[in-house]
Design a protein around this ligand. Structure first.
Ligand code: ZN
Length: 144
């Protein structure tokens, strides 16, 4: 009876691990992006649908196109037309942090600024937005 070495068994049964030279929140790995962008897209669409039940009916907000990107320095962004971009690395955040980023960009469709009225709008569904904002700054992917 022949035995496979541990190494070849590992290669047959699992995809090759993606080796990162930097931490997950600082890597520029294109492979990591390809491996996770569809999961990020599913997450973002599901949570936008969830929060738009509130912001759509209560505030008349409607979002444009949604894109998932391998951004270096942003968690998300919103264009003047209401198109939203999200960093695929959202999938590596805690659920409360993911929701904060998603609500932040939804609210920019109505309030294209960071004035008090913007934060009040965010706070209607994410009361702990200040704590989450500080956590994301510590993670280090940069601004929203
Ligand atoms: Zn913002």
């Amino acid at each position: 009876m022949k035995f496979f070495s541990t190494r070849s068994f590992f290669r047959i049964t699992r995809p090759r691990p993606i080796i990162l030279r930097r931490s997950i929140f600082h890597t520029r790995s294109h492979k990591l992006y390809l491996a996770n962008k569809e999961a990020a897209r599913a997450l973002v669409h599901a949570r936008i649908a969830h929060f738009m039940q509130y912001y759509g009916s209560r505030h008349g907000i409607s979002v444009g196109k949604i894109a998932i990107r391998n951004q270096r320095s942003r968690w998300g962004s919103c264009s003047r037309k209401g198109n939203l971009n999200f960093n695929y690395k959202l999938v590596f955040l805690a659920p409360a942090q993911q929701d904060y980023v998603i609500v932040h960009e939804i609210c920019h469709v109505k309030e294209f600024n960071h004035a008090k009225s913007f934060w009040n709008l965010v706070g209607e569904t994410i009361p702990e937005w200040k704590k989450l904002r500080a956590e994301l700054r510590r993670v280090g992917q940069g601004e929203l």
